[in-house]
Design a protein around this ligand. Structure first.
Ligand code: SF4
Length: 520
C-alpha cells in the first residue's frame, strides 16, 4: 500500500490552479516523463481515451498546461505553468493532444505521453493523475511499472545477463529492486550520480536505461514503517501517547520523512502562509477567472459580511475566504490543494477565519492543519480524493471532514472528537456528484466549497456539544469509495451529466468554447 505523505499528498501540492488532479497531477506526470526521456524534449504527443475524464476536461481544467509545463521541467507551483502553452511555442517545443482509443484504461485519467528529445531519443510513458496532485507512472516502453514519483527510480531494459551486470554497477545504492520480464527496476537510497544512465546503456545488451528523481518535496525514508494505517489506529496512538489528533499526524510525517520536527513544521508553516496569501489575494486583487463565465464575488461577500448584512455569523467570513481562494485558483494563481484544488477553499476558509477569531497562535494553527492532514491521510489510504473515481464527495466532502477535524483541534477537543467530527462531515457528504459546468472548476464548485465550510462548522459543533458519530471515519471513507464506484461515469468529473448537461449548462459550455476560441 502506498505510503502517503501529508505534506506531499494531502495539504499539498502548492500549485497553480484550477485542478489538482488535472493540473498539478499532470504537471508531475509530465516531469516524470521528461526525466525518463533524459533530455530536453523537442516534441510530444499526449493522448487521452474518449471514455475517460481528461478527454472532456483537459482544456477547461488545465491538463494541457500541466502536461506541457511538467515536460518543460516546471513543478505544480511554478507560476509560469499558467502560460506554459505559449512558452512551449516560443521554445519550439511542439506538443499535440489527441483523444483516441487507448490500449490501457485502468484509471479514468490514463494518459499516454510520447516524447522525442532534441537528439531524437524517444520514450513512451503511461500514467494517471490519481487525485489531489498524486500520480503514478504505470508503463514505460510497454513494460508495466509503478512509479509514484516519491523515490529515486532507475529502470534498465535488456536480457538477464545484461541486467545482472547493471545491478552490479549500481551496487549498494539500491534500497529495493525487482526484475520482471526484461526490466530491472531499482529504487536508490540517494540521487543517481551524473552519467549513471549512460554508463548503464554502455553495458552490452542493455537496450535502455532511465532515471527519475522524486517529483514531490518530501521523499519517503527508505524502509520506514507507517505509524498507523487507519483513523482508529491514529486515535488509539494519540490516546496512548497523550497527544491530540494533530500531534499524532505530525508524528506520522516525521516518521515517514526522517526529517526533524523543525523541518517538518517549517514546511507546514509554508503551506499555511500560501493559504493566507491566497485568501488575501482573492480579497484584494482584480482577478480575471478562466473561462469567461464567472465574475469574482469574494470581495462582495467579504464587504457584505463586514457591513453586517450576512446571516451566518463566523461562517460568513469563512465563506468569503473560501471563495477568495477558489477565485485565485481559477485565475491560475497559486493555492494549496487541500486535499484537491477543486476543494481548495474549504480548509483555509474555515481555519484562517477561525484562527483569526480565536486569536490562535502559530502552534495551535499548525496543530489544526496537522489534524486536517491526518484525516486526509487516512482518506488517501482507504479511499480516494479523485472526483473521477468517487465524485465531489471525495473532494469537497473530504475537505469538509478535514476542516471539521481542524476546528475541533483549534477548540482544544480530543483526538476522538476530531475523528468523529470528520466522520459526521463525510457522512453528510456521501453521494455528492461531480458535474462541473463546461468542464471548469467553478459551477457548482464555488457553491460546494461554501457548503463544505458550513458543514465543517456544523459537524464540529455537533461533536463538541456531545453528539456521537457512531460510524467510525474509516468505515465512512470506505463507504464513500463504494458510493463513488456505484455512480455512473457521467457524474464523476466528465462534465457529461448533472448540471453540466442542463440547458443552461450546455449554453454556458458553448459560451466557454467561444471564449477559448475552441471549435466544438
Ligand atoms: S463539482 Fe466538486 S469534484 Fe467536481 S470539479 Fe467541482 S469541486 Fe471538483
Amino acid at each position: 500500500m502506498a505510503q502517503f505523505s501529508i505534506l506531499n499528498d494531502v495539504l499539498g501540492p502548492i500549485m497553480v490552479g484550477p485542478s489538482s488532479s488535472h493540473t498539478a497531477g499532470t504537471a508531475r506526470l509530465g516531469l516524470m516523463a521528461q526525466a525518463l526521456l533524459g533530455e530536453e524534449p523537442a516534441a510530444a504527443r499526449v493522448s487521452f481515451d474518449p471514455g475517460g475524464s481528461l478527454a472532456h476536461t483537459y482544456r477547461g481544467q488545465g491538463s494541457d498546461r500541466g502536461y506541457v509545463g511538467g515536460m518543460m521541467g516546471m513543478d505544480p507551483g511554478n507560476p509560469d505553468l499558467a502560460r506554459s502553452l505559449g512558452l512551449a511555442r516560443e521554445r519550439g517545443f511542439a506538443v499535440t493532444f489527441a483523444v483516441e482509443r487507448l490500449a490501457h484504461t485502468s484509471h479514468p485519467n490514463m494518459t499516454r505521453l510520447e516524447l522525442t528529445g532534441l537528439t531524437g531519443r524517444r520514450v513512451e510513458v503511461w500514467g494517471a493523475s490519481t487525485g489531489g496532485g498524486m500520480m503514478t507512472v504505470t508503463r514505460i516502453q510497454d513494460c508495466p511499472v509503478e512509479l509514484p514519483g516519491t523515490e529515486y527510480e532507475l529502470l534498465v531494459l535488456g536480457p538477464a545477463e545484461a541486467l545482472a551486470a547493471a545491478r552490479g554497477v549500481v551496487g549498494d545504492r539500491v534500497s529495493w529492486s525487482a526484475y520482471h520480464d526484461g526490466l530491472l527496476h531499482m529504487r536508490l537510497s540517494e540521487p543517481a550520480y551524473p552519467g549513471l544512465v549512460a554508463e548503464l546503456e554502455g553495458i552490452p545488451g542493455v537496450s535502455r536505461a532511465a532515471y527519475a528523481p522524486p517529483v514531490v518535496p518530501v521523499a519517503a525514508r527508505p524502509g520506514h514503517t507507517p505509524l498507523f494505517e487507519s483513523a482508529a489506529d491514529m486515535v488509539e496512538w494519540a490516546a496512548r501517547n497523550g497527544k491530540s489528533l494533530g500531534e499524532a499526524a505530525l508524528a506520522y510525517e516525521i516518521n515517514r520523512s526522517g526529517w526533524t520536527e523543525d523541518r517538518v513544521q517549517a514546511h507546514m508553516g509554508r503551506i499555511w502562509q500560501v493559504m493566507r496569501e491566497a485568501v488575501e489575494r482573492g480579497l484584494s486583487e482584480d482577478l480575471v477567472l478562466g473561462g469567461g463565465l464567472v465574475t469574482p464575488s469574494a470581495r462582495g461577500i467579504y464587504a457584505a459580511d463586514g457591513a453586517g448584512q450576512l446571516l451566518g455569523g463566523p461562517v460568513s467570513l469563512s465563506v468569503a475566504y473560501a471563495t477568495a481562494v477558489m477565485e485565485v485558483s481559477n485565475a491560475a494563481g497559486v493555492v494549496v490543494a487541500a486535499p484537491t484544488a477543486g476543494a481548495a477553499g474549504v480548509v483555509p476558509g474555515v481555519l484562517v477565519a477561525a484562527a483569526e477569531r480565536m486569536g490562535a497562535d502559530r502552534k495551535q494553527v499548525l496543530r489544526a492543519l496537522w489534524a486536517a492532514g491526518g484525516i486526509g491521510l487516512i482518506t488517501a489510504r482507504r479511499a480516494t480524493f479523485a472526483a473521477e473515481v468517487a465524485g465531489c464527495q471525495a473532494e469537497v466532502g473530504v475537505a469538509s471532514a478535514m476542516a471539521a477535524a481542524g476546528l475541533v483541534e483549534l477548540a482544544g477537543g480530543s483526538a476522538r472528537q476530531a475523528e468523529e467530527a470528520a466522520s459526521v462531515a463525510l457522512q453528510n457528504s456521501l453521494g455528492m456528484i461531480c458535474d462541473p459546468v463546461a468542464g471548469l472548476v467553478q459551477v457548482p464548485c464555488f457553491g460546494k466549497n461554501a457548503m463544505g465550510v458550513g458543514n465543517a462548522y456544523a459537524s464540529a459543533d455537533l461533536v463538541l456539544g456531545g453528539y456521537r458519530a457512531l460510524i467510525p471515519f474509516d468505515e465512512v471513507a470506505e463507504a464513500m469509495l463504494r458510493v463513488g464506484q456505484a455512480m455512473p461515469r457521467e457524474l464523476r468529473c466528465t462534465a457529461l451529466g448533472g448540471l453540466a448537461t442542463t440547458p443552461t449548462g450546455t449554453r454556458l459550455k458553448q459560451q466557454y468554447e467561444r471564449w477559448e476560441g475552441i471549435r466544438p
